[in-house]
Design a protein around this ligand. Structure first.
Ligand SMILES: NC(=O)c1ccc[n+]([C@@H]2O[C@H](COP(=O)([O-])OP(=O)(O)OC[C@H]3O[C@@H](n4cnc5c(N)ncnc54)[C@H](O)[C@@H]3O)[C@@H](O)[C@H]2O)c1
Length: 341
């Protein structure tokens, strides 16, 4: 058994995060939206973008650098597009507003392309793109972030880990879900390694030319085109320094929904064929089957279902309980189910 991990039910984590956010003054509906995105991050195995990040959002509300009340507003709109002002609300509040709007437009005219300025950190990009799957549509989401990545050949960090997510529905609930940082490693993974007190974290953020790092650099810039530039938000080196909350984040984000019904018939069938074709490829090494994007996350969800909760590193739980204590919130209560190695 793994003594450094404990199992906590999704419901417990959800209400704990909501409790902490409400305790510092967040509007309950907004606290709920944030908690849902963070729990989904953990559930999908992206522990770097779940409970582990709660203290950052608590601090953003406590310091008043992020708004705790209000709603995003539409600044400009056409049948297929919208520019939204996130009004400096929590990222998931802005993200849900924009993705809902994009889906509504795609239902009406086949595509909805919505960009926002005045937003904040929104958690896993896949949370928003996957909303489109519920409507049998393709979803995309992008966000810029604080500069942490050095462009190929440069010495200065001018790009964030700028994630990309594209989700596309196949048959019988199956789907393609690409959800990735455009840097070799998501920053959260490095941070999580530190919190878990492992000695060495995964590598640097620099894109080496020999290993094609300029492709990630190009994708990071593409995210800026869709987000910071298109939305008129902060971009590149103008985005505030990571975890330095001396000014509002004013992040740019982009949310797209596309209705396959407006294109060639049989989309879901071909998607299923595409995914199966790849999953059935003969693996180069016997015990590592070929996956399609979204499969690793699916395995983690299955693992959580089997265990009856989400396994957390004890250091993450202790750290968050320390945060909760300071704001008078009941600590997280792990189950007594042991977590296997
Ligand atoms: N909000 C932000 O500022 C921000 C910034 C960076 C990253 N993130 C989030 O962090 C999370 C982690 O990002 P990451 O880049 O570390 O993800 P990752 O490297 O774990 O996975 C990236 C993608 O590759 C797929 N994948 C993994 N192994 C695969 C395999 N063997 N075969 C085929 N596909 C495979 C995954 O399904 C996923 O779609 C994401 O949810 C991302 O949205 C958020």
């Amino acid at each position: 058994m793994n003594m450094s991990r404990c199992l906590i039910t999704q419901r417990e984590v959800q209400s704990f995060i909501e409790g902490c956010m409400v305790a510092v003054g967040t509007k309950p509906g907004h606290a709920k939206s944030l908690a849902e995105v963070l729990v989904e991050g953990d559930h999908r195995g992206h522990y770097s973008h779940g409970l582990n990040r709660m203290d950052m959002y608590v601090k953003d509300i406590q310091t008043g650098i992020c708004e705790k009340d209000g709603e995003p507003t539409i600044v400009k709109e056409s049948v297929a597009t919208a520019l939204v002002n996130g009004n400096n609300l929590l990222g998931p509040v802005v993200g849900n507003f924009c993705m809902d709007l994009a889906i509504r437009k795609a239902r009406e005219v086949g595509i909805g392309w919505v960009v926002a300025h005045g937003s904040n950190h929104f958690g896993i990009a896949g949370y928003y793109s996957m909303q489109a799957l519920k409507e049998n549509m393709i979803g995309m989401s992008y966000t810029n972030t604080s500069p942490l990545v050095m462009p190929t050949r440069a010495k200065e960090c001018t790009l964030g880990t700028n994630p990309i997510s594209v989700a596309a529905p196949a048959k019988d609930g199956d789907s393609f879900v690409l959800d990735m940082a455009t840097s070799a490693v998501a920053l959260g993974k490095v941070e999580l390694h530190h919190r878990r007190a492992q000695r060495r974290g995964p590598g640097a953020h620099r894109g080496c030319e020999e290993t094609g790092g300029y492709k990630g650099y190009g994708l990071g810039l593409m995210v800026e085109v869709f987000c910071g530039i298109l939305a008129g938000a902060q971009y590149s080196r103008h985005v505030r320094t990571w975890k330095v909350t001396d000014k509002v984040a004013d992040l740019g984000q982009c949310f797209v929904a596309i209705n396959p019904e407006n294109f060639a018939a049989g989309f879901n069938d071909r998607m299923s064929d595409l995914l199966t074709l790849h999953r059935n490829l003969e693996p180069a090494e016997l015990d590592t089957p070929v996956l399609s994007p979204g499969d690793p996350e699916r395995s983690n969800i299955e693992k959580c279902a089997k265990l009856g909760g989400i396994p957390y590193h004890i250091n993450v739980v202790n750290h968050m309980n320390g945060v909760a204590k300071k704001i008078g919130v009941t600590p997280l209560l792990p189950t007594n189910v042991p977590v296997p190695e």
